[in-house]
Design a protein around this ligand. Structure first.
Ligand code: HEM
Length: 398
């Protein structure tokens, strides 16, 4: 244990994560890898090996009793189709139903239009003219990808954007209660999706929604409630994460211009650079698990019912795995066993899609720009879950 009063004090404070939390992570990894938060409500799991150990065993470390700090002590409603909140065997059934739509091969078929989208957004960047990349580039990109996947036509994209914002607000609302305005927008979105489901049942198309409606394992299909929840999760999980990966990634390249030059000079580094951005920026800071029985982790006794915060962002800087360059961006890093997408049963369903979006985006950007510079404020988002960038004024030079 460290002898400082409480290095973990700030870990439930969203503002802490909008600063530079990495030195505090390093301190925990070194001195107190399963530190107890002073509230007594949870432990912080900061080492890579312990995050893997826990993620590997969903029977002992469940998600059904909450995955966010704000879930602690709350009565959680049972929501059919909520992948993140269910445990095996139901979780396994859900994944068997939806996995086939998200494999690498399936997702690669989307590459041509994802590339067109990236090209179109990047074409709007004027060399040398500062712009807020969040507003103009990294927000629209994944949002339009998910809109396309869910079959939202171009004329409904503005509504879709508002639904997405409302969804994110609701997900982050203290106590889980969205504002009246967000609740009304969410109601609109639900009705919209129900119409899409009815339309696809009547007129099947070669798209994701038609496929999910027809997905079948052992004669069972997703019902409308499960389908709804599933589509809502795609919107929340696939949107903010990818946006922040790209925003924080561009800021990281501005801070390490040599790494951008390496990537520009060697396109063979595109895949390793995408993985490195996932490691380095860790868009999902942490998720929670709860012990279902007394157990030992890393030599520490864990009681039944104890909550464990898997600090992916810290595991991704663990010097035991990533060596002395763990705190540095290295676009050629290999191997790179990061946990940016989590690990085990809940490993990110959209990983292949997010990887494709990132690689294509970097490829198109490097074809146009030789340098990225910070040209104004970079504002990080206060959140205990998402390592967000709210605003980033950058300039791109040829
Ligand atoms: C950079 C982008 C992304 C990051 C960093 C990311 C990160 C994560 C992480 C860490 C988890 C694990 C949750 C846990 O441990 O409980 C997860 C799960 C999930 N992600 Fe992603 N994600 C990204 C993009 C996407 C995309 C594009 C989609 C969908 C289109 C998506 C859909 C999901 C879903 C549905 C789950 C729940 C899986 C389950 O519980 O079985 N994610 N993601």
């Amino acid at each position: 244990m460290t002898d400082r009063a409480s290095p973990t004090q700030q870990f439930d404070d969203p503002a802490f994560y909008a600063g530079d939390p990495y030195p505090a992570y390093a301190e925990l990894r070194a001195h107190d890898p399963l530190a107890r938060h002073p509230s007594g409500g949870f432990r912080i799991v900061s080492r890579h090996a312990d995050v893997l150990r826990i993620s590997r065993d969903p029977e002992t470390f469940c998600s059904g009793r909450g995955i966010l700090l704000m879930d602690i002590g709350r009565e959680l409603p049972e929501v059919p189709g909520a992948l993140l909140y269910v445990d095996p065997p139901l979780h396994t059934r859900y994944r068997e139903l939806v996995n086939p739509s998200f494999t690498g091969a399936r997702v690669r078929a989307l590459e041509p239009w994802i590339r067109e989208l990236a090209r179109d957004l990047i074409a709007r960047i004027e060399p040398g003219v500062p712009l807020d990349v969040v507003e103009h580039v990294t927000v629209p990109f994944p949002l339009l990808v998910i809109a396309e996947l869910l079959g939202v036509p171009a004329e409904d994209r503005d509504r879709f954007h508002r639904w997405s914002d409302a969804m994110i607000e609701a997900t982050n609302a203290p106590g889980g209660a969205p504002s009246d305005e967000s609740a009304a927008l969410l109601g609109d979105f639900v009705n919209y999706l129900l119409e899409v489901f009815a339309d696809r049942r009547a007129r099947p198309r070669p798209d994701l929604v038609t496929e999910l409606i027809g997905a079948e394992v052992d004669g069972e299909r997703l019902d409308d409630g499960e389908l709804l929840m599933f589509c809502i999760q795609l919107l929340v999980a696939g949107n903010e994460t990818t946006r922040n990966l790209l925003s924080a990634g561009l800021v990281a390249f501005a801070a390490s211009p040599g790494e951008w030059t390496r990537l520009r000079d060697d396109p063979a580094l595109l895949s390793s650079a995408s993985e490195e951005l996932l490691r380095y920026t860790s868009p999902v800071i942490s998720f929670l698990r709860t012990a279902t029985r007394p157990v030992e982790v890393g030599g520490v006794g864990i009681e039944e019912g104890e909550h464990l915060l898997l600090l992916y962002a810290s595991a991704n800087r663990d010097e035991r795995v990533f060596g002395e360059s763990a705190e540095r961006l290295d676009v050629g890093r290999h191997p790179n066993h990061h946990v940016g997408f989590g690990f085990g049963a809940h490993f990110c369903l959209g990983a292949a899609l997010a990887r494709l979006e990132t690689r294509v985006f970097l490829e198109e950007l490097r074809a146009r720009f030789g340098r990225i510079e910070v040209a104004g404020p970079v504002v990080r988002t206060p959140s205990t879950v998402i390592a967000g960038v709210t605003r980033a004024e950058l300039a791109f030079l040829a």
